[in-house]
Each structure stands twice: as structure tokens, then as C-alpha cells.
Design a protein around this ligand. Structure first.
Ligand code: AHG
Ligand code: MN
Ligand code: MN
Length: 326
């Protein structure tokens, strides 16, 4: 059995490792934890509250917004907006970043980027959905939002996701390994259930939307031929959080390559690919755009930029890249 350590206690433990820490960053993590509990409660009651289905609007990506996309976004904006240490937030659901505190007054401030509800088309069928977040340090020398937001993933201070599945799970890295927490609904607290998660080195399982197979670059089609000849299984939740969580625990590889519909890939660099890449690398896995090209090294050019994603068990990512390169 594990010690009973709540997320709040875990954050305080971590903070104690940095004698100069003021608690600013810890308050931001606490806002994310409260948001996650509020979103979980909404997701659990969605059918009863009649908040399933489309909100009748498209987001900046040209995708249908679900009512819960909007609700989850508002929860995060409200909670993070109330934290003194948050300078800028950027969300999948907002075309422009929301600038909360742009002044450079010597205080350390952070930018939080998020996908408030990932896999939201799963909501109507009671499937897994999630929240993904990335935290960057604000550039104190500039008041231009882009200067602080458009930093490569390697600069992330923390990243994580929340999976609203059969239980609500929060997986977090603050740059020294990956820890996992489960929401105990009876006490309303996230309880730490694993520390220093490591992704298994290999697992014969791939995860991609195979409906796109015929429009994938040839190397990916060759990989699929090879994997199927080699006895691989296929698993695909259709919510990146669900697929990545399975890979964090059991290994395998998740892919969203370029397709005819999405020639640059579908997933968003800043609030999907980068936070997941940080978690995967912190857990000993690999997260690449292409052969030898780490997601975390990409220099972003726009907050809603898309990228190709291949991540998971180190050996499984290598198998994909061997086919893509050759
Ligand atoms: P979102 O609901 O935030 O737009 O994200 C959906 C993403 C991701 O979660 C998932 O892996 C992928 O889209 C699924 O796309 P396909 O339906 O094209 O497979
Ligand atoms: Mn998403
Ligand atoms: Mn989303």
C-alpha cells in the first residue's frame, strides 16, 4: 500500500525542495486541481443536467464546440484568473490568449495553456475525456503575450493531464519524474497512487485512427504493415488523454501522423503535444515529430499550431521511425 498523500500535500512537499519558492506556482497547481474536480463533477452529471451536445458554435479550429467544452473552459479561466501568479492563459477554445497580468513588476508569473476538454466528442457516448495543461514561465522582459507563450516545450515548468474515465486521474510532472493521483470522490481529494511512473520499454500495441490509413505518408503505412505482420494489437480511444494514459501504464505507441484532411497533423502543439511529450519523456519514453526530431524542441509559431505526433514506449517509437525514415 502507498502512504496517503493528497495532491495538496504533494505540492507542498515539492515546494519545500526549493527554499526560495514563494508558493505562487503551488497556487496555480491548486487552481488546476480544483478545476479538475469541478469539471469531473460536470462530466459525471452531464446527461442529468442536459449539457451534452453542441454549443452551436465552432471554435478557432473550425471544430464544433460541445456545451461541456465551453463549461470546462470557463471553469479553468475563472479559477486560474483568480491566481495572482498567472500572467496569461491560452486555451483551445479561445482564439486569442487571455492576458490577465502583463506588468513586469519583478514578480515571477506563469502562462498556463490548456485543452479544457480533450476528446469531447466522446461525451455523448459516456466515453473517456480529459483536460491537458502546460505551464511556462512568463518572459519578464516583455509585455508581448507571444514572447511568453511561443516557447519550445523544453521550457515547460510543468505539464499534466486529467482523465475523466471510470475514475478521475491526474498525472503531473514538474520536471522531475511523473506522479499519478486518483480523485477520491468521497473526500473530494486527489490522492497520490504512484510516484516516478515509467513507461514500459516495449509493448506490441499501436494507437491511431486507422480510418486514415490510405492517406498516411507511405512510411506510416509500411509501419502498419510491419506491425500487423508482427502480431501487434490496436487500441484507440479517440481522446488523446485516454490513449496516452494507457500507454503511460502499459506501453505502446500513439500516433497522429499527417493525413489528407490534416496535412500538418491534427493535434495542437502547445496544449496537446508539448505537455504529453514532457510527461512521456519524464517517464522514460520518446515523443517525436519525425526521425530524430523531438516535439519538445519545436519552435512554435502560433498558439494553435498543429503537429505530427509519435509518442510512447522508447522501442515502439523507434520501430515507427525506422519505417518513416526508410
Ligand atoms: P479535442 O476534443 O480537444 O478537439 O481533441 C480531439 C483530438 C484528440 O483527443 C484525439 O486523439 C483526436 O482528436 C482524435 O481525432 P480523430 O477523430 O481524427 O481520430
Ligand atoms: Mn484535444
Ligand atoms: Mn478540446
Amino acid at each position: 500500500m502507498y502512504d496517503i498523500v493528497t495532491l495538496q500535500a504533494h505540492i507542498l512537499q515539492q515546494q519545500a525542495r526549493y527554499p526560495d519558492a514563494t508558493g505562487t506556482f503551488s497556487w496555480i497547481l491548486s487552481a488546476i486541481s480544483i478545476s479538475a474536480k469541478m469539471i469531473a463533477a460536470q462530466v459525471r452529471r452531464a446527461r442529468l443536467e442536459d449539457v451534452l451536445g453542441s454549443a452551436g458554435e465552432q471554435n478557432v479550429q473550425g471544430e464544433q464546440q460541445q456545451k461541456l467544452d465551453v463549461i470546462a473552459n470557463e471553469i479553468l479561466l475563472r479559477l486560474l484568473g483568480g491566481r495572482e501568479g498567472v500572467a496569461i492563459v491560452a486555451s483551445e477554445e479561445n482564439e486569442e490568449p487571455v492576458i490577465l497580468r502583463a506588468q513586469n513588476d519583478g514578480e515571477t508569473r506563469y502562462c498556463v495553456l490548456f485543452d479544457p476538454l480533450d476528446g469531447s466528442s466522446n461525451l455523448d457516448i459516456c466515453g473517456s475525456v480529459g483536460t491537458i495543461f502546460s505551464i511556462l514561465r512568463k518572459d519578464q522582459s516583455s509585455t508581448v503575450a507571444e514572447d511568453s507563450l511561443l516557447q519550445p516545450g523544453l521550457k515547460q515548468v510543468a505539464a499534466g493531464y486529467v482523465l475523466y474515465g471510470s475514475s478521475t486521474v491526474l498525472v503531473l510532472t514538474i520536471g522531475s519524474g511523473v506522479d499519478m493521483f486518483v480523485l477520491d470522490p468521497s473526500i473530494g481529494a486527489f490522492v497520490r497512487v504512484a510516484q516516478g511512473l515509467t513507461i514500459p520499454l516495449r509493448n506490441k500495441c499501436y494507437s491511431l485512427n486507422e480510418g486514415n490509413r490510405l492517406t498516411l505518408p507511405q512510411g506510416y503505412q509500411n509501419y502498419l504493415d510491419w506491425a500487423q505482420r508482427s502480431g501487434y494489437s490496436s487500441r484507440y480511444v479517440g481522446a488523446m488523454v485516454g490513449d496516452v494514459h494507457r500507454i503511460m501504464l502499459q506501453g505502446g505507441v500513439f500516433l497522429y501522423p499527417p493525413t489528407k484532411k490534416a496535412p500538418n497533423g491534427k493535434l495542437r502543439l502547445m496544449y496537446e503535444a508539448n505537455p504529453m511529450a514532457m510527461l512521456v519523456e519524464q517517464a522514460g519514453g520518446k515523443a517525436l515529430v519525425g526521425p530524430g526530431q523531438r516535439i519538445l524542441e519545436l519552435q512554435p509559431e502560433g498558439i494553435h499550431q498543429r503537429t505530427c505526433v509519435v509518442l510512447g514506449s522508447s522501442e515502439e517509437v523507434d520501430h515507427v521511425m525506422a519505417h518513416v525514415a526508410g
